[in-house]
Design a protein around this ligand. Structure first.
Ligand code: MRU
Length: 366
């Protein structure tokens, strides 16, 4: 069995890292807004700088937001001298970090978990944050292992009439970045791609550029290319055409929050892909760890959808591309209904069909 890939090997860096000890150390984050052009690190020594990094998407992707927030709690208790003092500082930090972004449930999951830590000391909190990080890495790998058979199935689909890849080569389409940069490990949607690549399985990944902030172009294309995975960048509005040409045998995306019935929120544009995949009879998979499920909500209508600033649409990268004062609407996520999802791949197994009973069964809640 080949060595397990990790982010250090894939990208030559750690994008989330605690530096130093619990009482004087700090959180180091790769500033993803600067990719792919520059590798710049943010040194976060107070809670506000962690909050800012999450809000402006310097660290983003549901699992990575949760991990960063967990370390942000440790940043928040620096300088405390008694357990009561530490607990009060932890609550202030967690309450504030919880206001950074509303959709990814991993944020709230990690903050809740940090607040359960006993004894409430900086050392114990750092141990817990590191555990959240390490567990996420392991979950990514398990998701990858559960995705591999689906990719192998797609490779046999690539031989069918109408497919236009080379025989046996599977075309995999993904959206946004649910990759190593979005997690503590090898990503969720990308995990199977990295494992397939490591095993020399013939795959071509189509990465949607992902308007308006281009996570697909800036991050997914960057990390897959850095790792040597065959990746082709397309604009979001090319997906239907590319599917009709027979270049796509499988669609796989991440998720920010999945309701108890399997309805899944992910980056705006994901729902479009699910509709298109259904029309073209292409399997549509969501890959996510159990920490992305919100079992307290019955369906996707309860998922809070973040709205982003107009400037991200009208002058996203410093160049004005719309008239002054034009009205905009910028939901950052959409919800794909469970009936359009072929399966959800989790670290605990593959949920299919996607409905309340099968979600509970595979996650082990019944
Ligand atoms: O706004 P972002 O970049 O945080 O959105 C990220 C996504 O939509 C990802 O697909 C999702 O968080 C899953 S990351 C494994």
């Amino acid at each position: 069995m080949p060595d397990t890939p990790n982010i250090q090997q894939l990208l030559g860096l750690q994008h989330i890292e605690w530096v130093g000890d619990a009482t004087t150390g700090h959180l180091r984050l790769l500033d993803q807004t600067r990719l792919p052009n520059e590798q710049v690190f943010l040194e976060c020594r107070d809670v506000q700088s962690v909050w800012d990094a999450i809000k402006r998407l310097s660290v983003r992707g549901a699992p990575a937001i949760g991990i960063a927030a967990a370390f942000g709690c440790v940043v928040g208790v620096r300088g405390t001298t008694s357990e009561a003092d530490t607990r009060a500082a932890l609550k202030r930090a967690a309450d504030h970090l919880a206001t950074s972004r509303p959709t990814a449930v991993n944020l709230f999951w990690a903050l809740d978990r940090m607040q359960q830590v006993k004894p409430c000391t900086p050392e114990a909190l750092l141990t817990e944050a590191k555990a959240i990080h390490a567990e996420d890495e392991a979950m990514c790998l398990q998701i990858g292992e559960h995705t591999l058979p689906l990719i192998e199935q797609a490779m046999s689909g690539a031989d069918s009439p109408g497919a236009s890849q080379q025989p046996g080569r599977a075309g995999l389409l993904t959206h946004c970045n649910a990759g190593a940069l979005a997690t503590g490990g090898i990503g969720t949607a990308t995990a199977g791609m990295y494992l397939a690549h490591q095993r020399a399985l013939p795959i071509t990944v189509y990465a949607d550029e992902t308007r308006p902030l281009l996570q697909g172009a800036r991050l997914t294309a960057y990390e897959l290319q850095s790792a040597g995975v065959d990746v082709t960048l397309i604009c979001d509005d090319m997906a239907a055409h590319v599917m009709r040409q027979g270049k796509v045998q499988l669609v796989i995306t991440g998720a920010d929050r999945i309701a108890a019935n399997g309805d899944a929120a992910n980056k705006i544009g994901t729902y479009n892909l699910a509709v298109l995949a259904h029309h073209h009879a292409i399997p549509f998979y969501v890959a996510a760890p159990s920490s992305t499920f919100d079992m307290a909500i019955p369906d996707g209508s309860h998922i809070p959808i973040e709205e982003r600033a107009a400037s991200e649409i009208t002058e996203g990268f410093g160049q004005r591309t719309a008239p002054n004062n034009v009205k905009t609407y910028s939901p950052a996520f959409d919800v794909t209904p469970n009936d359009l999802i072929t399966a959800i791949v989790t670290e605990r197994g593959v949920i299919s069909p996607v409905d309340t009973d099968h979600v509970a069964q595979v996650l082990g809640y019944v």
